[in-house]
Design a protein around this ligand. Sequence first.
Ligand code: ZN
Ligand code: ZN
Length: 258
Amino acid sequence: MNASPARCSACGADAVVGGVCGRCGTPSGEANRCPHCSAIARVEPKGSGASLTWVCGVCGGPRMPAGAGGEAAMTPLREAKASQSRAARARASFWLFAIMATFFTLVALAAWPAGLIVKLILLTLAITPTAFAVRARARAGRAKGDANEALDRAWLAAAEDVASHAKKGVTVAELASRLKIDPVKAEKLLTQLAVHERTRIDVDDDAEVRYSVAPELDTSRVRVDSTEDQFRALEEAELDEEQAKKLATPAFPRGSGR
Ligand SMILES: [Zn+2]
Ligand SMILES: [Zn+2]
């Protein structure tokens, strides 16, 4: 992730931090490659406060600053983009059907003193697009919910990635600055990781709460001599195995972010 050169290839300034030049803003390095459009492009802020997210400067798809989360974040990001497109299409059909419904309702009102058959036809023409509009609206809502849920998973993966690369763990403020998000959101992510048992919580010497990812389990301590110790070690090993299984299951299965 830190493979980017410190010297900017565009302006020559030694100002490249996290793959983006601090002077001219030129992005560089694989961490800035967009998982959607594959361009090496800058991320741009969208929204503000706790709802601030980052999108690709080229295609507008959801992204993580400096490619945080790597592969683990890319799958949910792609899912989020697909759901966002679905939501946009459903919103477009909603407006189309809503306009049709309004138009045919007006026509029906204007031509009301007509024969029964004409009335029935006009009513059908007004009601059918109304029903389609209602359905499209519900579909848009569901797709938006799916997109937000996938985005939550992407943010969790990014937060876990940052926490796992920090030897002593991260604080809320550190995560907020690394992921360029609101501290409120950073705290929510770290709390969720702790709830999912993905992080450990410690209080450091400065009374700051640090979240860290548990180091790899040490199997060397199974080698012991007395029978009693062996039993205890066996029990511990079994516990470790259970823990390992827990770790091997998908980090954030569908629906866990809610
Ligand atoms: Zn530059
Ligand atoms: Zn893109």
